[in-house]
Write a protein that binds this ligand. Sequence first.
Ligand code: ADP
Length: 351
Amino acid sequence: MNILVINSGSSSIKYKLFKMPQKKLLTKGVIEHIGEEGSDIQDHYTGLKLILSKVNSVDAVGHRVVHGAESFKKPALINPLVIRKIRQCCAIAPLHNPANLAGILACNKLLAGIKQVAVFDTAFHQSLPDYAYIYGLPYEYYTKLCIRKYGFHGTSHEYVAHEAARLLKSPINKLKLITCHLGNGSSITAVDRGKSIDTSMGFTPLEGLVMGTRCGDVDPALITHIMKKKKLDIAAMNTLLNRESGLKGISGISNDVRILEEKSKLGNKRARLALEIFIYRIKKYIGAYTGIMSGCDALVFTGGIGENQKRVRGKIIRGLFSHLKKKPKILIIPTNEELMIAKQTYLLING
Ligand code: ADP
């Protein structure tokens, strides 16, 4: 069965075609500049039409959908009700869900009769207990405005957790794992016996670690203080926190760890500081998650930094578990969110 995996963003569509259940990648590609000035591809429908002209015999489609809120605890076969619920989630994921939905609607038109499945970034974290996902705000903000921790990168955390169990030759329901997805966007998850019980990203992907350009955890009182001091409106403040902060903001050089490593070796103090802050925050989360699980069998690294930056990994681990009698195994597992989406699509369709 050929499964087309679609990751539809605001101006791009990434795709991979897998032969399942053999997990064989048949083809992949990306369509960019959708809707941009001068582009031939003015909408997702045209983009998908182009993709479908390049891929043969699609039997089913798996879509990455960023936000499923509390409506989706697992992948869902797409139907009008599912589409309505994904649309409702646009209110709390305005940057992602509309683009994901555009991909689904285009496929509906172009591949009528072919089964489509939505796989949600938030679904794996729906197992968090309420004391981990409720913020210290008036409770009505949760019940009336859906404000709570959702967590993201769920498909990646779930994939590497299962891969870790496979490598350790142990059933996942016997393992305490901490999965570190470290890329431009970064998050850490405590996976207790196969279930996500806490994760560093929150209501949005801004919470938690210091990332490429995102600030991660800050004192919330800073937001209004900075807006007042710098006379920033909501859009400008959002840009500051999401695009001008993190490694880029601290170093004043780049969001790319490779460049910061190079500059740091040459003696650049702010590049060194940015990396130290990045690593320190990661250590804090790992320490906290080891604590709440009363131990950790394996620490898993994935994502561009987690997979490739040996020095950064080394600094994260240094001294981290010296107090533990049983030291966690350290695993480096390349993530494959698209394969996970193909697997989940295959499983849902074939029972
Ligand atoms: P995204 O979150 O956008 O998918 P990536 O997972 O590609 O990002 O991670 C980007 C980060 O990973 C950058 O900081 C970069 O320095 C680092 N990185 C990616 N590939 C490599 C590599 N081959 N060697 C070293 N670092 C890498």
